[in-house]
Ligand binder design. Sequence first.
Ligand SMILES: Nc1ncnc2c1ncn2[C@@H]1O[C@H](COP(=O)(O)OP(=O)(O)OP(=O)(O)O)[C@@H](O)[C@H]1O
Ligand SMILES: [Mg+2]
Length: 229
Amino acid sequence: MLSVRDLDAGYGRARVLSGIGLEVEPGTLVCVMGRNGVGKTTLLDTVMGVLPATAGSVVFDGRDVTRLAPHERVRLGMGYVSQGHATFPQLSVLGNLQVALEAAGGPKEALEEALEVFPRLKPLLKRHAGFLSGGQQQQLAIARALVARPRMLILDEPTEGVQPSIVIEIEEAIERLHASGLAVLLVEQYVDLALRLADRFLILDAGRVVRAGPVAELRDEEVRSLLAV
Ligand SMILES: Nc1ncnc2c1ncn2[C@@H]1O[C@H](COP(=O)(O)OP(=O)(O)OP(=O)(O)O)[C@@H](O)[C@H]1O
Ligand SMILES: [Mg+2]
């Protein structure tokens, strides 16, 4: 479904990613792990086209999207929830979802479906997004991406700044979305959570893939040594 080959990217002359290869098969959940600053966000931004690839290719559903703008990738079925909060703080919860619906050009039912994934947002529809808790904002950010009915969801640290009780809700929502057939590419700070959800993993170090495979093959001591700060 997503096939990334020999991908390089960076900022100005500073190269961050070198020769990244990554496959996400339909319906699978792949987690990208690595210490702070290894290039996880840079990788997701490059996959979505927020940052241009300086070499290599990104193919989605058999189509080369390497040169497409982010909104064009969204139209093709790639959903992105970037790190931090990608919501409009001055708009209401409903306003945020409506903007996403208009951008996607989808049917109104898509908005209801997204709210079914996060029912906790329903009583908050009129509230300004800026007044939501960290967990509610993350839920809204994911709901916004779902309004476009993506076939693949790319999530960058969806539990960052979220209180523990809501972390569980977000984990369960990702699990349900995955179970319903959505492909997911996940960067997640809680390693245990990531490995519970994922089918496959990828570990980055200094902008390169140092290890990848099925989660079942990953040993605890390996995780600790590769991710130790
Ligand atoms: N806008 C930018 N301009 C210049 N350098 C940047 C920019 N964003 C990130 N970098 C650098 O690129 C490297 C990779 O950063 P990136 O944000 O991709 O890491 P990360 O793995 O997502 O880290 P974290 O776990 O903290 O989210 C770091 O050295 C960072 O300082
Ligand atoms: Mg990051």
